[in-house]
Write a protein that binds this ligand. Structure first.
Ligand code: 5RP
Length: 223
């Protein structure tokens, strides 16, 4: 199913494009297939993992400082709802992913159909990136605002906490009954002092979601 989404996404890439590249296993597969296709692109990576994969596949790398605006970014997601709002950051790269996505005219998301949900936050937490010292304050505010809990992400289940590519820590916000209003949650989480970014993507104006199924791929566009 993932490969079907990735194969469809390749049709959105033209020789000579400069593209944003997200992070995660779906993007890794996309990069492999892109490299096999022979299309020559330059990429803006969103994580060290993607940067190293690009170097290995000899995909040239640039930065937003050089290109400023991208036509398209290709990324995966952890959950997608019917309004094509996303939870991202399961792999911890949410902040750079959001910066690159919002610097792109079109955000192309590749998922398998298991990621499509009625309600965001049910069965998957919302990732957060923040400074470690803010954890108690964040836990208190998130409880007051949503009755939700924040779990610090650990390196393979042990101390010390996992450190992000930006040198901060990551946490996951667990909403017992999912999110009633993801747009509001995205805004409120980012207002808590010490929070750098959260994994809700509700505001991109041009999202295309390619949903890989057992046979083929469905294309969803936000009206
Ligand atoms: C990483 C992400 C990924 O896009 C998301 O976690 C999906 O990953 P995968 O393609 O491995 O299922 O947001 O921060």
């Amino acid at each position: 199913m993932k490969l079907n989404a990735v194969t469809e996404a390749l049709k959105y890439v033209n020789d000579g494009d400069v593209i944003g590249l997200g992070s995660g296993t779906t993007v890794a597969l996309f990069m492999e297939e892109l490299s096999k296709s022979g299309k020559k692109v330059t990429c803006v990576p969103t994580s060290l993992d993607t940067l190293f994969r690009a170097s290995k596949l000899r995909i040239p790398i640039t930065t937003l400082n050089h290109v400023r605006v991208l036509e398209k970014t290709f990324d995966g997601a952890d959950q997608v709802d019917e309004r094509l709002r996303l939870i991202k950051g399961g792999g911890g790269a949410l902040t750079r992913e959001k910066v690159v996505a919002y610097s792109s005219k079109e955000l192309v998301i590749m998922v398998d159909k298991t990621k499509c949900v009625k309600k965001l936050g049910l069965g998957f937490p919302v990732p957060l990136e923040f400074i470690f010292e803010a954890l108690p304050l964040i836990q208190k505010r998130v409880d007051e605002l949503f009755g939700a809990t924040v779990v610090l992400r650990m390196g393979q289940g042990k101390l010390p906490p996992l450190i992000s590519d930006n040198g901060l820590v990551l946490g996951d916000v667990h909403f017992k009954d999912g999110l009633e209003d993801p747009n509001y949650a995205e805004e409120e989480l980012n207002k808590i002092p010490g929070v750098l970014e959260n994994g809700l993507f509700t505001k991109h104006p041009n999202v295309t979601v390619l949903v890989g199924e057992e046979k083929g791929c469905k294309t969803l566009k936000r009206p």
